[in-house]
Design a protein around this ligand. Sequence first.
Ligand code: NAI
Length: 339
Amino acid sequence: MFSARQVFGAVQRRSFSASSRQASKVTVLGAAGGIGQPLSLLLKLNPRVTQLALYDIRLAPGVAADIGHINTKSEVRGYDPTPSGLAECLSGSEIVLIPAGVPRKPGMTRDDLFNTNASIVRDLAKAAAEHAPEANILIISNPVNSTVPITAEVFKARGVYNPKRLFGVTTLDVVRASRFISQLRGTDPANENITVVGGHSGATIVPLLSQSGYELKGDELAEYVHRVQFGGDEVVQAKGGAGSATLSMAMAGARFAESLLKAAQGQKNVIEPTFVQSPLYADKGCEFFASNVELGPNGVEKIHPVGKITEYEQSLLDVCLGDLSKNIAKGVEFVKQNP
Ligand code: NAI
């Protein structure tokens, strides 16, 4: 039997350790890129981050030296592209964000990036599986619908896969969906939180406007949905071949990392949309699916179902599932053929 004092002491120690877990190493692989640099900047401004480790095949020590002068407490280190540099960069990480790879040019779909980015993500995932097997892995590199299954396969092959700690970052879709409805309705985007489910490319992105009480109709609804699904193209075209969304993506990635850190430090009801291994549509060939996910100290705490949707939204979801299952299978097959 434990005395009341012993039990109380244990509870106190547990809650103390949850709220005082302040040492959080966050790693960015691809840190010198269009997304990597502003993402690293935003992470440097986050007081929950105590160590920031930056890796790229070029320029990471330079970016680290620059960001390291910002007067917040975290220590910043940049690593050269050597096996030991990558190993040291990853070791002890709580969160590893991966925006390494090539972005789209006008006329390209995210799937067109597959050939280049699949092997980049596979190789970085191998290093993460070896040196940071318990970290939360946040995949930004496109096509997310395939790069997340690729990462899962790499971790599985090494016996360290934990589905609760692998996330495809789809936050930007929700950020856009919220911003675009606020522009249509003249509301404050900060108060909008439109649910977006499915995957992260074109028709696999399914905004569920009805769940926020909006009833757009006809062309207005079709145009809104198209804008959310293909919002990334607006940026790709406006940049005229110089890349895709970087600044808004950095904000979205930093928001997701912050949510994970908050949840790890004991905050409850932290919910973010994210592309994770999910039971929701596994019977339709989609072992991975993005929906609202409650985060906790162990990563995925609870996967929220899609909930009540309109007939129109169901038709979008049907198209999504068809495309998504192929994207997922393509990622899995890639690792089988190119382990
Ligand atoms: P970028 O070309 O500006 O930067 C990519 C960085 O990755 C470069 O600095 C490059 O040196 C680095 N890199 C390449 N191979 C590497 C390797 N093996 N190890 C480490 N670093 C490596 O591209 P950007 O604009 O930053 O985009 C990165 C990725 O993010 C693209 O795949 C893009 O499609 C994706 N993206 C994802 C979004 C999302 O919502 N999940 C939104 C926007 C872009």
